[in-house]
Ligand binder design. Structure first.
Ligand code: 2IP
Ligand code: CA
Length: 388
């Protein structure tokens, strides 16, 4: 057996641990006064910070991303170099000096590096470094001990903090009766997804909600979900799918507040549409059966937003298809073999440079039930949205 083959259990365990550590960092940045002050600091227009501290929210994102990369790469060297996220780890100050944020061998060395990015704020740097180097206990049940997976055949997408704007705003919103929070900290997710390099199919997804529940006024506990979806085997955290999903007259579709009126109008009579923040959160709601689907017609989500939840939806018999491609197929009556329409994580869809290339350029529809997908495409197709 190849030296890069590892127990699937160990891989899932490591990725869940990394997501828990990420959630700890996300919570700490809101809980520790030192860090919160930096996180919510408003910069005046035109103000240039002479040092590196200019954008702490980016540092929080980058630090989470680098910690995940470090922890997973250390355990599974074959994955190093194939763990990707949105953020660059380079910070450049107004003088043109550059620092690369990374996890160093010891907490002291990491704190020293962070302190340079944080303009000498040693206290904040030490708090962060302690969490970065901490051990996070996690227990994973349900994966056969002899299942193996070859790490050299995988790529990984990370969204360190999805729904950054809700994270910075830090508000708490109660869920509606059906269990959807339209905005607020619940919509923040850490997303880590692994896909097969050979064909871009998502195989493993971890979704971590650092702020799942409020404890007292300011405390929060999180929750994580994982799903492993190998060829004929599918195993996940025991998700109690929402019972309501079987009894809804009109399917409930989550949409972004930036969705176009044309799409909203086309959905309106036949579906209940609801707004919620966070691409990852909306996808989690579909996986949990809180809603039936998530539609976004614009190219504003990225591979790192969708890879982890896609593995879940696939495991439930659903998926995430490229919206405009699906509408095109519908218009030529070739629907519905969805395999060609699924978002693939090995290939670029967007244009331009850098992260733009990895956007889900065709828009997406996420679903569990094929009948719901067909209904959505049918209605959007009839409304002639298939030319965009
Ligand atoms: C964002 C975030 C936004 C979402 C957007 C994502 O990722 O999830 O909430 O927009 O598509 O790219 P919306 O909430 O309107 O669906 P990030 O927060 O990581 O930039
Ligand atoms: Ca995101």
């Amino acid at each position: 057996m190849s030296s890069t083959a590892v127990r699937a259990l160990d891989l899932v365990h490591a990725i869940v641990c990394a997501s828990e550590k990420a959630a700890n960092i996300a919570r700490a940045c809101r809980a520790e006064q030192q860090l919160l002050a930096l996180l919510t600091e408003e910069k005046k227009e035109g103000e240039k910070n002479p040092r590196f501290v200019q954008d702490f929210k980016t540092l929080a994102d980058v630090l989470v991303q680098e910690t995940i990369k470090h922890d997973i790469g250390k355990l599974f060297p074959a994955l190093r170099g194939r763990i990707h996220g949105e953020e660059s780890n380079k910070f450049t100050n107004a003088n043109g000096d550059t620092i690369r944020v990374e996890v160093r061998p010891t907490p002291e060395a990491t704190a020293e590096l962070l302190s340079r990015v944080l303009d000498g704020n040693n206290e904040a740097a030490e708090v962060l470094a302690a969490i970065v180097h901490s051990r996070v206990p996690v227990c994973i049940d349900g994966i056969e001990r002899d299942w193996m997976i070859d790490t050299s055949s995988l790529g990984v997408w990370i969204d360190p903090i999805d729904s950054t704007s809700e994270y910075i705003a830090g508000k708490w919103e109660e869920e509606d009766q059906s269990g959807v929070a339209a905005s607020g900290l619940q919509c923040v997710c850490v997303l880590i997804g692994a896909y097969r390099l050979a064909d871009g199919v998502p195989l493993l997804g971890v979704i971590n909600q650092p702020f799942r529940q409020r404890v007292g006024c300011e405390g929060y506990t999180g929750k994580f979900y994982w799903c492993l979806c190998l060829d004929n085997e599918r195993v996940s955290t025991s998700i109690e799918r929402h019972a309501a999903s079987r009894s809804r007259d009109r399917p409930v579709v989550l949409v972004s507040t930036s969705e176009t009126p044309g799409v909203l109008d086309a959905l309106e009579p036949n579906f209940v549409t609801k707004f919620a923040a966070g691409a990852g959160y909306k996808l989690l709601c579909v996986a949990l059966g809180v809603v039936d689907a998530y539609v976004i017609s614009k190219p504003t989500t990225f591979r790192w937003d969708t890879c982890a939840p896609h593995a879940f939806l696939k495991g439930l018999g659903g998926g995430i298809v490229m919206l405009h491609e699906a509408l095109h197929k519908h218009s030529t009556a070739q629907l519905f073999d969805t395999s060609e329409l699924q978002v693939g994580y090995d290939r670029m869809e967007g244009e331009g440079d850098g992260s733009a290339q990895w956007c889900n350029a065709s828009g997406i529809v996420a679903y569990c039930d094929l009948a719901v997908l067909e209904k959505i495409i049918g209605h959007l197709g009839s409304a002639k949205l298939n030319d965009g």
